[in-house]
Design a protein around this ligand. Structure first.
Ligand code: UD1
Ligand code: UDP
Length: 369
């Protein structure tokens, strides 16, 4: 069988984490010629992950601009991606998740009639404004996909409800757990927090939270730190200027709050393992923390990841000041409530998702040989 050229696209930090195990897998498959395409929608945070997994992009579009707007980012990406497809003529292009990179990669493939495979397919809140613009990105990208690699049966059902052909949907687990299990066994001692207080790990970067919701989050974190002398907050701040400016202005000067640059994935996983609990609006962290047995309070009104909420190890608490403070305080004060949420379940994967995706693609090429 001739080798098939598979372009694996990565744009932002979470895409790199989740594509790294699949890239490694495809690089070992004798039937695949795996080409890594970095759009570099993120620069520093993308490079952090690529370095850790020793992945060197074959093509790098170096797209990121400071405080980029969605229309500018979208138009620059679609133009450059089309040039790549024209030159490379891949058999397949794979993209992961719901960023602008994914939306434009799917569209560029559609225009050039390149088969597009969507990794982490089928996540939905049902509300195009939450998360914004990611819900729209994944709905549109999904519509153009030849293969839908759904992490869970719930994600598969979302796709079937939209009329997607069942034969193109595969439940594989989420590749994030492949990456997490790999890194979790080699990260001991790497957390930047060296004290013995209970650690509250925080991340926040969602566009729909910018403005009042983000101010509520910051105010609540300050209250929690003020009222609990036995805790330490560790908050690696996302470099988006809308996040960075507010976070440093509100929390930059508190003895029990440590703000830092985004952590490399290895120390971040170590910090998750060390954490007592996690406050986040991140998608990936909602998937990883339950597998590490860490309670997560989600700073959003909706989630496309209902599985861990159903297991009651993740709780959706919204962005009201009083709700964030009271839910956090309850976990700090009530050991029984805490233990119920710290059970350690992994509804998103078993660490073998990348192998499944590679086998599905190989099966397709075997048949079309
Ligand atoms: C993007 C994704 C979001 C994902 C998040 C992961 C879209 C629309 N949003 O949001 O779904 O959850 O990435 O973190 O695709 N920046 C840097 N260095 C970096 C990365 C970002 O300085 O390494 C700054 C730049 O000023 C950049 C800004 O952050 O312009 C925004 O980056 P962008 O990718 O547009 O949006 P995110 O908010 O990071
Ligand atoms: N992460 C990291 N360093 C940090 C914060 C997060 O490596 O300082 C990892 C985290 O473990 C997860 C991914 O980044 O794998 C999530 O990225 P992000 O929250 O930016 O995006 P989302 O998942 O919300 O799209």
């Amino acid at each position: 069988m001739r080798k098939r050229k598979i372009i694996v696209t990565v744009g932002t930090r979470p895409e790199a984490v989740k594509m790294a195990p699949l890239i490694k897998q495809l690089q070992h498959e004798e039937w695949a010629d795996c080409r890594v395409l970095a759009t570099a929608q993120h620069r520093g945070m993308l490079d952090q992950v690529l370095r850790l997994f020793e992945i060197k992009p074959d093509i790098d579009l170096d797209i990121m601009q400071p405080n980029q707007s969605l229309p500018t980012l979208t138009s620059r990406l679609i133009t450059k991606l089309d040039e790549v497809l024209a030159t490379e003529e891949p058999d397949v292009l794979l993209a992961q998740g719901d960023t602008t990179t994914v939306l434009t990669a799917a569209l560029a493939c559609f225009y050039r009639r390149v088969p597009f495979g969507h990794v982490e397919a089928g996540l939905r809140t049902g509300d195009l404004s939450n998360p914004f613009p990611e819900e729209m990105n994944r709905v549109v990208a999904g519509r153009m996909a030849r293969w839908h690699f759904a992490p869970t049966t719930c994600a598969k059902e979302n796709l079937l409800r939209e009329g997607i052909d069942q034969s193109s949907v595969f439940v594989t687990g989420n590749t994030v757990i492949d990456a997490l299990l790999d890194v979790a066994k080699r990260c001991d001692g790497a957390s930047p927090y060296k004290g013995d207080r209970r650690l509250i790990l925080v991340t926040s970067h969602r566009r729909e939270n910018f403005g009042e919701a983000f101010q509520n989050i910051l105010r609540a974190i300050k209250t929690i730190a003020d009222e609990n002398v036995d805790i330490q907050v560790l908050y690696p701040v996302h470099p988006n200027p809308n996040v960075r400016t507010g976070a440093y202005a509100s929390l930059g000067d508190h003895p029990r709050i440590t703000l830092c640059e985004p952590l490399d994935y290895l120390p971040f996983v170590a910090a998750m393992k060390q954490a007592y609990l996690i406050l986040t609006d991140s998608g990936g962290v909602q998937e990883e923390a339950p597998a590490l047995g860490k309670p997560v309070l989600v700073l959003r009104r909706e989630t496309e990841r209902p599985e861990a909420v159903r297991h009651e190890v993740v709780k959706l608490i919204g962005t009201d000041y009083a709700d964030i403070v009271s839910n956090t305080q309850r976990l700090l004060d009530n050991p029984a409530d805490y233990r119920r949420m710290a059970r350690g379940v992994s509804p998103y994967g078993d660490g073998l998702a990348s192998g499944r995706i590679a086998r599905i693609l190989k099966g397709y090429f075997d048949l079309s040989n």
